[in-house]
Design a protein around this ligand. Structure first.
Ligand code: UD1
Ligand code: CA
Length: 484
């Protein structure tokens, strides 16, 4: 393969998106539209990438520079047509010989391998230009491929086509491979005497034919690869296709996905073989799931790591780490900085933020854990609150190893509880607890006899109390017999 330059046209507006965000920056599968294109271009082995920007370039340019810092940026101030855009790229001094492929920035389904196949077909035939074409049922809006006795003779745009030409179903995907020297020479010869008064890149084909140079079209099997997203409905449709593609790839790689239709996996997620994903699950960003883990149903995990054999059910998590064999959910909320150790547990209606829960440690029920470390094998009772915020500052709580804390405890940070300590139920822990100590703070239980009769007279509560007291039964009678 000779040196490959790819020009990505990204100067056009995206008015049908009706958005303050440029079209190319809208996301599907966790990447912007242009981000998907740049990934395909890199995969195809481009040695140089030139991005042509214009509309909202103050947003588009830094975005491209962040994804592909080595990309050359060429600015097209006025959008005078695709040939003009390519000319701007060539004049940016970035294009010389070798093969030059022109692509668009809004075709997120384009595969690197399709670009590579186009380039190798183009180079092995030694043509001046090779069009990536496709056969579609509804060719409206596309440039049509004109074929004569001598093969491809040109491309005619929708607005310039005759009725007969409009019936042609082979269309220009927009992606064209050129011999670099031919491209540089042909651009100044392209005029704008057409229905749109634009400089059409597609006119290069007829000019090559007139020069007696070789041109052809390379037909794309899956024409959706060249589809752009012009409005939000198309964005969602392309997002769905891309998701199907990603989910199918993971299934082929050994991941069980019970319901592909309700499973959404971003392009950069990593899954190991024998992972199981249950319905209603979204895996976002840089989420990674290790072997034998089961995630779902109904989980949203963003930038989260799930260890080997862990189980995560009905959970919302972001920037969290779930250790091997750990259990999370149902109805758990793991906020950034949550680290759950091996075989640990975060149970139902538990919220955790910026906290490390050690190996085998458990926070099983209805608790808030913020800015804390909890040591190995410690058990936190139901309804525990880590009060980390005094209204001005956040403070840390440190709980040692094999601590048993009763239910309904409030740890008021900053506070430290030593290894092997115990805290009584409902304790308000404001002071440090030494290793092995028992800390209690709830007051002693007081009994005020006959309170219901005095203060709730005439209610079913008072009547029940009175009946029981009169029967002479100590506290509560035996429950009625159940079963046989
Ligand atoms: C173009 C092709 C058409 C093809 C279709 C595929 C031409 C003349 N026509 O038509 O044959 O079937 O794409 O989708 O090439 N752009 C710039 N600067 C410009 C003009 C366009 O950067 O001055 C960019 C746009 O942002 C867009 C792409 O080039 O990403 C295509 O431009 P557009 O005007 O949409 O071309 P189409 O009319 O769709
Ligand atoms: Ca278009």
């Amino acid at each position: 393969m000779s040196e490959l330059t790819v020009i990505v046209l990204a100067a056009g507006g995206g008015t049908r998106m009706k958005s303050k965000t440029p079209k190319m920056l809208h996301q599907i599968a966790g990447r912007s539209l242009v981000g998907h294109v740049l990934a395909a271009v890199s995969e195809a082995g481009a040695s140089r990438v030139v991005a042509v920007v214009g509309h909202q370039r103050e947003l588009v340019e830094p975005h491209i520079a962040e994804i592909l810092p080595e990309a050359v940026i060429a600015v097209q101030t006025e959008q005078l047509g695709t040939a003009h855009a390519v000319r701007v790229a060539v004049e940016a001094g970035a294009v010389s010989g070798g093969t030059v492929v022109v692509t668009y920035g809004d075709t997120p389904l384009l595969r690197g391998e399709s670009l590579r196949a186009l380039v190798s077909d183009h180079e092995s035939a030694g043509r001046a230009a090779t069009i990536l074409s496709g056969i579609v049922a509804e060719p409206f809006g596309y440039g049509r491929i004109l074929r004569g006795d001598g093969g491809v003779s040109g491309i005619v745009e929708e607005k310039d086509a005759t009725d007969e030409e409009r019936a042609i179903t082979e269309i220009n995907s927009g992606i064209i491979a050129f011999d670099g020297a031919f491209l540089a020479g042909v651009l100044p010869r392209i005029g704008n005497d057409n229905a749109k008064k634009e400089f059409y890149l597609t006119d290069a084909i007829a000019l090559a034919v007139a020069d007696g140079l070789g041109v052809d079209a390379f037909v794309l099997d899956d024409v959706s690869e060249a589809e752009g997203a012009n409005d939000r409905a198309q964005l969602a449709a392309l997002g769905k296709i891309l998701n199907e593609r990603i989910v199918t790839r993971w299934m082929k790689d050994g991941v069980t996905v019970m319901d592909p239709a309700t499973t959404w996996i971003d392009a950069d997620v990593e899954l190991a073989p024998d992972v199981t994903i249950l319905p209603g699950t979204q895996l976002i960003g840089a989420t990674r799931i290790d072997e034998d883990a089961v995630v779902g149903p109904d989980c949203t995990l963003k930038d989260t790591e799930v260890g080997h054999g862990a189980r995560v059910v009905r959970t919302q998590a972001e920037l969290a780490v779930v250790g091997p064999g750990a259990n999370v959910g149902p109805f758990s909320y793991l906020r950034p900085g949550t680290v759950l150790g091996e075989e640990g547990k975060i149970g139902g209606f538990v919220e955790v933020k910026n906290s490390t829960i050690g190996p085998g440690a458990k926070v099983p029920h209805l608790s808030y854990v913020g800015d804390a470390t909890i040591g190995e094998g410690t058990n936190i009772g139901a309804g525990t609150i880590f009060a980390n915020y005094d209204g001005v500052n956040k403070h840390k709580t440190r709980i040692g190893r094999h601590v048993k804390s009763g239910s309904g405890v409030t740890f008021v940070a900053p506070v430290v509880v030593g290894d092997g300590a115990t805290t009584g139920g409902e304790a308000l822990i404001r002071e440090d607890v030494p290793p092995g100590a028992l800390a209690v703070s709830a007051g002693q239980q007081r009994i005020i006899e006959g309170w219901a009769l005095a203060k709730r007279a005439g209610t079913p509560q008072a009547a029940a109390a009175e009946e029981a007291l009169e029967s002479g039964v100590p506290i509560l009678g035996e429950p009625p017999a159940t079963g046989e």
